[in-house]
Write a protein that binds this ligand. Structure first.
Ligand SMILES: Cc1cc2nc3c(=O)[nH]c(=O)nc-3n(C[C@H](O)[C@H](O)[C@H](O)COP(=O)(O)O)c2cc1C
Length: 281
């Protein structure tokens, strides 16, 4: 399944034209309710199968490296960024000659335009609704009226509440560790969450998934699926489409090879017996 962000640089309509596999739209809950409605209806009209509401990014994490480097999307032209362009000529050439950076799902709702250089932190603090609560999530879930997940669940209590408001899935995730410093890892939370809601709702494990064995461990604990961000983004940055194809191919080969090495022929044979497992920790 392919997932795309509210902040994507490619529209859901364009994606829908080229991808007929299942698709998930990641939803950020904005202060502007008109924008929220428009995002939801666009995803529906483009035949997206799942809406995933991100609930762990009510405000941006303190991304100190971004603050130090002055990182914005698109990049600002400063002495530092010009130096960086000069030392990465292929990247700079692509940036300058390919289509302009844009966040088309937001254009029309940001008066200054979506090609403006803003930091991630600025976007979260000015655009997103920090008062989002369980009622908002429940309303959005019934407005979507289809497969609906909360992305960023890390506790049994919240997982149970997700079931109560009608979600069909949760992504056990800490946003790749990019938000709350000191947060536990999603894998460490997985067993107790699967025990509590795994028979009622699809549990997806994400964060640090890079290898076939990572997937097999998460499925052995009880996750239905895994999801990856930097797993494919690093490959994309390094080698474009060919890089992503390579990394997906590697993942498939690793999963198959590791299953053979484990003596497992079907995913439903994976269980906690595969792990030296201490549920109490
Ligand atoms: C460059 C980058 C951009 C991201 N943008 C979003 C986003 O727009 N919305 C969102 O819900 N999560 C976003 N995330 C978080 C990912 O969806 C995901 O939770 C995280 O990357 C999972 O960890 P992993 O990278 O270790 O697989 C982003 C992550 C990265 C690395």
């Amino acid at each position: 399944m392919f997932g795309v962000s509210s902040l994507a640089t490619v529209t859901v309509e364009e994606i829908s034209k080229i991808a007929n596999t299942p698709k998930m739209f990641q939803f950020y809950f904005h202060k502007d309710r008109g924008l929220n409605d428009a995002l939801l209806e666009r995803a529906r009209a483009a035949n997206f199968n799942v809406l995933a509401l991100t609930v762990d990014t009510i405000t941006g994490g303190n991304r100190e490296r971004d603050l130090r480097t002055g990182f914005t999307s698109p990049p600002k032209l400063t002495l530092d960024s010009l130096m960086s362009f000069a030392t990465h000529p292929a990247w700079a050439w692509n940036f300058l000659t390919k289509e302009k950076f844009d966040m088309p799902h937001l254009s029309g709702y940001v008066s200054q335009g979506t090609n403006l250089a803003v930091s991630v932190g600025d976007y979260f603090s000015t655009m997103l609704d920090q008062s989002m609560n369980w009622n908002d999530a429940e309303k959005l879930c019934s407005q979507w009226n289809g497969q609906f997940a909360l992305k960023g669940i890390m506790s049994v209590e919240d997982a149970k509440r997700a079931v109560d408001i009608g979600c069909t899935g949760i992504m056990v995730s800490n946003h790749g560790g990019r938000q709350l410093d000191g947060c536990r890892s999603p894998f460490d939370q997985l067993a107790e969450i699967c025990d509590a809601v795994g028979d009622k709702i699809d549990v997806i494990c994400e964060g640090g998934i890079q290898r076939g064995t990572h997937v097999l461990k998460a499925l052995s604990v009880g996750a239905k699926a895994c999801s990856g961000g930097r797993f494919y983004l690093f490959a994309l940055a390094a080698a474009g489409q060919a890089g992503v194809e390579r990394v997906l191919g590697n993942m498939r080969t690793e999963i198959e090879r590791d299953m053979k090495l484990m003596g497992v022929t079907k995913l439903d044979q994976l269980s906690r017996d595969n792990l030296r497992f201490h549920p109490s920790r």
